[in-house]
Design a protein around this ligand. Sequence first.
Ligand code: 4NP
Length: 164
Amino acid sequence: MTYKLLFVCLGNICRSPAAENIMEHLIEQAELSDRFAKSIVCDSAGTSSYHIGSSPDRRMSATAARKLGIKLHGRARQFQKSDFQDFDLILAMDQDNYQDILLIDPTGQDQKKVRLMCDFCSKHTLKEVPDPYYGGSEGFNQVIDLLVDACEGLLTYLRSFEEC
Ligand code: 4NP
């Protein structure tokens, strides 16, 4: 079985590409069976069209490189209706993203697939990954710390499917 994860923020240049790349990094590092590791697919998207086609934000990339030694890859795209069918779990960074995603699913059929990223945190108590775009370096550091915590929780959750 393939398990497809979609990380979603507003612009798809800061938080969600960082989440996608951190999750891929943890999957590579975890001692999962090759078959299971390859069955987890990660992608990211933004609820807005502001930055379609752009690379991850330079400040986010620099922070991920400094704190985790990873390079962020990807090009921004906008969340679309077909993502509900194409992904098993959709992880919203904040409440606005969460509500905007649900607006695209007026039937409510796929609501169960949409979760807040911080639901998977175990060390941090914040309920949202704050938007770092208009702030300073502390915000970018905080995004990385929250995402590592949430991605570790997500990996623990996914491990429960490893036997399946
Ligand atoms: P992100 O950050 O949603 O984490 O990618 C933002 C990127 C761009 C803007 C806002 C937030 N913007 O307003 O352009």
